[in-house]
Design a protein around this ligand. Sequence first.
Ligand code: IPE
Ligand code: IPE
Ligand code: MG
Length: 245
Amino acid sequence: MIKENINPERLPEHIAIIMDGNGRWAKEKGKYRIFGHENGVKAVREVSEGCAELGVKYLTLYAFSTENWNRPKIEVNALMTLLVKTIKKETGTLMKNGIKLEAIGDKTTLPKDCRKELEEAIEVTKNNTKMTLILALSYSAKWDIVNATRDIVKRAIDGKISLDDVNEKLINNTLTTHKYPHPELMIRTSGEHRISNFLLWEIAYSELYFTNVLWPDFRKEHLREAIIDYQKRERRFGKTSEQLA
Ligand code: IPE
Ligand code: IPE
Ligand code: MG
């Protein structure tokens, strides 16, 4: 799929990706799961560059879920080490491509060095304007919704808001994702057809795209295929086709 097949007028402003299949990719090759994670880094670079080149403004990557803490300790540790290494190594690529790094998720649960590297990269890239890359780390949508609910209840108890103030906009603005438009397109690799506690509120009207490609094999051409598929769809938002015409 070539870039020219993409209609720049109908480009999603925000793409969210569930990067899945690293373990199976490694297993196919008779290697340890972490070998798959290591090889997933190239795909991250490809989609980040690919999105920036096309003019996508926001890219959210699901890198580690709240539930992923339940994996064997050895895998969790290896993933955290890889994360620190990758963030350090890729800051140059982010600068070169004008990409600003941000993160969503419970940063307090991350190992200290991981958090430090993350915060440094966020600081260094903060003035980049071409695209924002949002890493979902120790993130789950339910975690975010629970925190937002607590925040709203606290404000109500403190008399800062009343029952009538609770509406869609307030809830939206209390989630950690409030700075970003909702993703128009959500991609999941590896043939699994589920959301796994990723952006639940934010994908209420997203177009979902599933591919059998395992994450370490995901390249710019796969990204383009997903965008072209998205561009063929009619987004009705509850209306009829005739109303849209
Ligand atoms: C996705 O690949 C990466 C993370 C969840 C961190 P997996 O590790 O889930 O790979 P599979 O699904 O077992 O193949
Ligand atoms: C979802 O993948 C989380 C990330 C991609 C970071 P998983 O591989 O953990 O999802 P499930 O548990 O199989 O649904
Ligand atoms: Mg998986």
